[in-house]
Ligand binder design. Structure first.
Ligand code: N2P
Length: 340
């Protein structure tokens, strides 16, 4: 139960302000539509630590806010490649595994990935893929890859993520390249493809791309798998397809910025998230691929059979830190969108 404020004040008066601030507050900067409020409330109820929650819709948005120093965040939630950038730039604090006993619940396969080989700075939160959702009541032709999606006949019937790295990567995949083939020559080849594609899109939305599909505003989407899983739960007409011309998985993580003021509370929060019953609440609300094997055991057969949450894919690549090319990609897409 939460300690009544009056009691905290009395304790504060008796033992000095430090007792009052011992629990403190936690500033969480995370992806939108990803962390259920129930989980934050549960943590506060148990620990007395208030969680201030701010959201973002892309890694790049989070990174630029953090670099600008415009928020004192205790926890951030970068995807694999952005965690890699942050580690390279000394922006993350090393984690203390002794304070994270629930790490044992995670799939060992996800603990030593290329973005953080020693598992020193990042804890997997959720993983997922990016793929195509087709409203099969409206689209009868087979849609297998990006080239099938971005066709003139689907102009103004598409929703795609507002994510520059994603968009350019899909163009690279359609050329038979990988997400790390970002030389000037490769980006020059991708540019005219992206230029054509952006003209066809009706809605760019990374927060809730499912909405345009649910409303019937569009018939095809290229979206996060968790969004596709929610659509499938709503109506089986929404089919999820992993693009045949190239797909990737993402591993979104929890990390503590080097500038965090409340590292202890941050570790407490991460360990809380790793409890199976807490992690299950996240899967119930945002059905991405849960890396917590103990939590997966608590999911229903229906949840585990959702083809967007748990696709039958082989091993997919993850994005990597691409250094300066990230800025080139941002400029490429921004220019093409504003030329519309
Ligand atoms: C949540 C989006 C998470 C996926 N809305 C991005 N890696």
């Amino acid at each position: 139960m939460k300690t009544p404020r009056i009691l905290l004040l009395a304790l504060g008066a008796l033992f000095g302000a430090s007792a009052l601030h011992a629990a403190g507050e936690l500033n969480l900067f995370g992806w939108s539509e990803y962390v259920p409020q129930d989980v934050l409330d549960g943590f506060t109820k148990e620990t007395g630590i208030k969680v201030n929650f701010e959201t973002y819709a892309s890694n790049e948005e989070m990174l630029s806010k953090l670099v600008a120093g415009s928020g004192a965040y205790d926890i951030v939630q970068p995807s694999d490649y952005t965690a890699e950038v942050m580690i390279r730039r000394d922006m993350l604090a090393p984690l203390d595994p002794a304070k994270l006993p629930n790490l044992k619940n995670l799939s060992p396969e996800l603990l030593h990935l290329p973005h953080d080989p020693a598992g020193k700075y990042t804890v997997p939160y959720m993983t997922g893929t990016v793929g195509i959702v087709v409203n099969t009541e409206k689209v009868k032709e087979p849609i297998k890859g990006y080239k099938d999606v971005f066709q003139a006949k689907y102009k103004d019937r598409l929703v795609v993520l507002a994510d520059n790295r994603e968009l350019v990567t899909w163009a690279l995949y359609s050329l038979g390249l990988t997400s790390s083939d970002v030389s000037a020559a490769s980006l020059a080849k991708a540019r005219p493809i992206v230029a054509e594609w952006v003209k066809l899109v009706k809605v760019f939305d990374s927060d809730s791309p499912k909405t345009a599909l649910l409303n019937g505003d569009v018939d095809i989407g290229v979206v996060w798998s968790g969004e596709a899983a929610i659509l499938w739960n709503e109506n089986k007409k929404f089919q999820y397809v992993l693009p045949s011309d190239g797909a990737h998985m993402f591993v979104d993580t929890l990390c503590i910025p080097a500038t965090a003021k409340n590292r202890d509370a941050a570790l407490q929060f991460i360990n809380y998230i790793l409890r199976p019953e807490v992690s299950k609440i996240i899967s119930d609300k945002f059905p991405y691929t849960n890396p917590n094997l103990a939590a997966r055991k608590l999911l229903s057969p229906e949840q585990l059979a959702n083809p967007a949450s748990y696709p039958a894919s082989g091993k997919l690549e993850t994005f990597r830190d691409i250094g300066k090319a990230a800025a080139d990609i941002d400029k490429l897409v921004t220019d093409l969108k504003s030329a519309q």
